[in-house]
Design a protein around this ligand. Structure first.
Ligand code: ZN
Length: 355
């Protein structure tokens, strides 16, 4: 009798215990909802459009890129969360948890946690700047101008609307691809090392210590008199200390001070001048990438660049670490989208020492 009761109670409690899990609603990932930005696993873009956002939980099977977009493409490259960059061959994308991984045909992992895919990417990369600077430092003087947060779409819009009278005349201008994550630390590191984040160790705002030598070491070894002119704060640890510029005039930007320091460095006969203007980024965050305020700031930087270049006798290279996209209350960057990932890349032959 007792035994029967115990068995009955046992069975009853099993039934009771199983009720909550039966009535539990299906977890979110079994119930695809409208895309919520925090659920985006990977963006598919080209250099002028954000094509598609992919959520991991909507992808049940392994898929190829051509299965999920209509756009035609010749080449495509994928970037991962640590700044990996790989051209897509005949591999597969697979959802694992909240991430999407990319494997080759045999299932070998190529990129874990793909952040984005760019179809028909531009030929140039901001990492090219390193090789360009290295080559020309062997022959003569090099001036590098970093325009923080200056996307290619802003450059194009500024030209179309008359805000870039000097830079628009420079015909050696192309699109270049930034790196993931498109933030200053990672973009700057890619420019000064010529390597992707996965190789130089700087893939977000959190890292400051490069795993490899930078262009400042190259210049030092060549016996070049070099200066690195920064805004009000150091960004990465580099072989030469940056010369910091505080906002002495109190206008909210350090670009007028950086401009002055750059002009003084040119007078002091430096062979390699690396100068970092932050104002376009600051204005983009505050007012938006294509706002009147930002366009007027871009116009001011254009006059700074014209003055600087007119005094420089050597090669000039101008690019950006990343771009900027619009948000509800201004602008931001750090996402795999064309506004953040594609930047202008401009070469100017200053003076005549290379002719
Ligand atoms: Zn920024």
């Amino acid at each position: 009798m007792n035994k029967r009761y115990i068995i009955l109670i046992f069975i009853l409690s099993l039934i009771i215990l199983s009720i909550p899990s039966c009535s539990k609603p299906a977890p979110d990932n079994e119930n695809p909802i409208s895309p919520n930005d925090k659920d985006i696993a990977m963006n598919i873009i080209d250099s002028e459009n954000n094509i598609k956002k992919i959520q991991a939980h909507t992808q049940r099977k392994a898929f190829k890129l051509e299965d999920i977009i209509d756009e035609k493409f010749e080449k495509a490259l994928a970037m991962g969360g640590l700044g990996e960059v790989e051209y897509i061959e005949d591999g597969y994308f697979k959802a694992i948890g909240n991430d999407i991984d990319y494997t080759n045909e045999d299932g070998k992992m190529i990129i874990r946690d793909v952040k984005g895919v760019m179809i028909n990417p531009p030929k140039g990369s901001i990492t090219d700047a390193y090789y360009y600077m290295s080559n020309y430092l062997e022959e003569g003087d090099v001036l590098f101008i970093l325009l923080d947060g200056f996307g290619y779409h802003q450059y194009k819009y500024a030209i179309e609307n008359g805000y870039l009278p000097f830079l628009e005349k420079q015909t050696e201008a192309t699109k270049a691809l930034s790196v993931y994550k498109p933030v200053t630390n990672a973009g700057l590191a890619a420019i000064i090392t010529g390597l992707y984040p996965i190789e130089n160790g700087i893939y977000s705002r959190k890292q400051r210590e490069l795993k490899v030598d930078s262009i400042f070491k190259v210049a030092k070894d060549l016996g070049k008199k070099s200066i690195y002119i920064e805004g009000d704060i150091g960004i990465l640890k580099t072989e030469i200390e940056p010369m910091l510029n505080l906002d002495n005039t109190g206008d909210g930007f350090t670009d007028d001070e950086v401009y002055k320091s750059t002009m003084e460095a040119i007078e002091k006969d430096y062979d390699f001048v690396f100068t970092h203007f932050h104002g376009i980024d600051d204005s983009g965050h505050n007012y938006g990438d294509l706002s009147l305020e930002t366009m007027e700031f871009i116009n001011k930087v254009d006059t700074y660049v014209e003055e600087i270049v007119s005094k420089w006798n050597g090669k000039v290279i101008i690019t950006a670490d990343h771009g900027m996209h619009s948000t509800e209350d201004g602008g931001d960057h750090g996402e795999f989208r064309y506004e953040d990932m594609v930047v202008p890349y401009i070469i100017i032959d200053g003076g005549n020492q290379f002719e």
